[in-house]
Design a protein around this ligand. Structure first.
Ligand code: PHE
Length: 341
């Protein structure tokens, strides 16, 4: 009997010590100390069949072994749960010294940035912002701007017609008419917005942006036009920027001019400059004094009022401002291009 006890004890000790998990330990506990089928419990149950003196000796020994095994189990359980906790802590460890996950910061599209810069310069000069529809009547896009019926710009080849008499505006000049219809002079506005033409290559896109300018009041002269535009380009490209006016023609201005900007890349010093083709000048906008025939359409007295108007492409200026070689980059939506701005 006692030999049996010793055997159970050493088996139990071995099982407890080799238990690698809390579950394995619980199984060993049950195997040896379990009330119903535990090996040690079976011995204790058999005690009553022993003679009295032997019973107390063996009983005492059995109880000592039971207490020792219980203590051993408790100790082992603590170790295993400690190890489990340590394992979890190790596995779920947070390295607080790692840099935080960075998030991408968006930025304004270069065209939006250029547009805001240009608006800001004009608003500082007292211009307010006007707008008109992109889907326009022929009357505002052509008729009231004194553009004759046989003018090439009216051709189906150049213009997107939506219905007879209705088209996608080909320039922002119709906003001149819409503004003057609504307001008496003085008028001093810019009209930024989208325009549409049947054009598509490296420097032309079927949709692009223009900014229109109009200043009408008593005594406005061509000198005011030169002053305003000169200031605008010096603000945009720096004090070195020069403007040159070449006689030109628009049906809605008289006299009319093309304004050229001194080359922002070579300053006119490089005869092989790819941007100005060695001429030193870049054509940037159309402008002129508002034609009295336009005033007639909006009921302004041409004897009393004079004014100037100008219009230019935002993409063209933004290309010069940021050194962008191809207009299509603005609409390709390639982040490698966009994130540079
Ligand atoms: N609307 C003209 C164009 O798109 C530009 C312009 C505007 C010219 C105002 C003169 C005056 O080409």
């Amino acid at each position: 009997m006692e030999a049996e006890l010793s055997k159970i004890e050493s088996e139990a000790r071995a099982a407890i010590e080799s238990a690698g998990s809390e579950e394995a330990l619980a199984a060993a506990d049950n195997q040896f100390l379990g009330r119903k089928s535990g090996k040690l419990s079976a011995v204790l149950k058999g005690l009553r069949d022993l003679p009295a003196d032997e019973r107390s000796r063996v009983g005492q020994k059995a109880n000592e072994i039971k207490a020792a095994l219980e203590a051993l189990i408790a100790e082992r359980r603590q170790k295993l749960s400690g190890a489990a906790l340590a394992g979890r802590l190790e596995k779920e460890r947070l390295d607080l010294t790692l840099p935080a996950a960075s998030h991408f910061r968006g930025s304004l599209h270069p065209l939006v940035q250029a547009d805001r810069k240009m608006r800001a310069i004009f608003t500082r000069m007292g211009f307010s912002i006007a707008s008109g529809p992109e889907c326009e009547f022929e009357y505002y896009n052509f008729e009231a701007l004194n553009i004759p019926h046989d003018h090439p710009a009216r051709d189906m080849q150049d213009t997107f017609y939506l219905a007879p008499g209705v088209l996608l505006r080909t320039h922002t000049s119709p906003v001149q008419i819409r503004t003057m219809e609504k307001r008496k002079p003085p008028v001093r506005i810019i009209a930024p917005g989208k325009v549409y033409r049947r054009d598509s290559d490296q420097t032309h896109s079927p949709m692009f942006h223009q900014i229109e300018g109009l200043w009408v009041d008593e005594g406005v002269t061509f000198a005011d036009l030169k002053g305003v535009l000169g200031h605008f380009f010096r603000e945009l490209f720096g004090s070195e920027a020069r403007l040159r006016f070449r006689p030109s023609f628009f049906p809605f201005t008289e006299p009319s001019a093309e304004a050229d900007l001194s080359c922002v890349f070579c300053g006119g010093k490089d005869s092989r400059c790819g941007v100005c083709k060695g001429s030193g000048w870049l054509e940037v906008m159309g402008c002129g004094m508002v034609d009295p025939r336009v005033f007639a359409f909006v009921d302004y007295d041409p004897e009393k009022y004079t004014g100037f108007a100008f219009g230019f492409g935002v993409e063209r200026i933004a290309m010069l401002l940021y050194g962008v070689p191809d207009l299509r980059l603005f609409t390709d939506n390639d982040v490698r291009f966009l994130e540079q701005y």
